[in-house]
Design a protein around this ligand. Structure first.
Ligand code: ZN
Length: 178
């Protein structure tokens, strides 16, 4: 959530618009961090309208594609989607000749593979790993993990703002469970 992945998606969205390519943005409905229910927002206030899908039913993406007829699909927060079913739907979308750009966190706060991210990584033609800088004072190492404060509890998915999360490098990351 600190690596700027949504910035990359918003920029990609703008590129498609500039090229005159019909594009839609999709994200799981549970993510309401920015108080916006139907857009993705980059940290520098760039925005793109987004269709929300039920995070337990990635097949809704197929319905959206059939309804809207895009040439490109952008999906944010794929870590909240289930792996197998999401890979199946994305494989279908790619198979009908539609470009897909998807972004998600690689690891949950326990450093385990997170939702659909590794499943989509496995079928991607191009794969870019973005990292923030470690939040530990005086450490500037790449932060490949997300640390969650103990106050957030133990559920895998807790939707909250940046106040509950810290980007951390492998040396400084802690799994906080009470
Ligand atoms: Zn560090």
């Amino acid at each position: 959530m600190f690596s700027g992945k949504t910035n990359v998606l918003v920029a990609r969205y703008q590129e498609y618009l500039d090229w005159g390519i019909r594009v839609i943005v999709i994200k799981p409905r549970l993510d309401t961090r920015y108080g916006a229910t139907s857009e993705i927002c980059s940290h520098d206030n760039g925005r793109a309208p987004a269709f929300l899908i039920d995070e337990t039913n990635p097949r809704e993406m197929r319905e959206l594609v059939n309804q809207k007829g895009p040439a490109a699909v952008i999906i944010d927060e794929v870590q909240f989607l289930p792996g197998e079913a999401t890979r199946e739907v994305i494989t279908w979308i790619l198979g009908v000749g539609i470009d897909v750009t998807a972004a998600g966190l690689n690891y949950n706060f326990r450093r385990e593979p997170f939702g659909a991210t590794p499943f989509l990584e496995s079928i991607a033609d191009v794969h870019q790993r973005l990292v923030a800088r470690c939040a530990q004072p005086e450490c500037d190492m790449p932060a490949i993990y997300t640390e969650r404060l103990a106050i957030a509890g133990t559920k895998e998915i807790v939707v909250a703002g940046a106040e509950l999360y810290l980007p951390k490098c492998a040396a400084h990351h802690q799994i906080n469970v009470e």
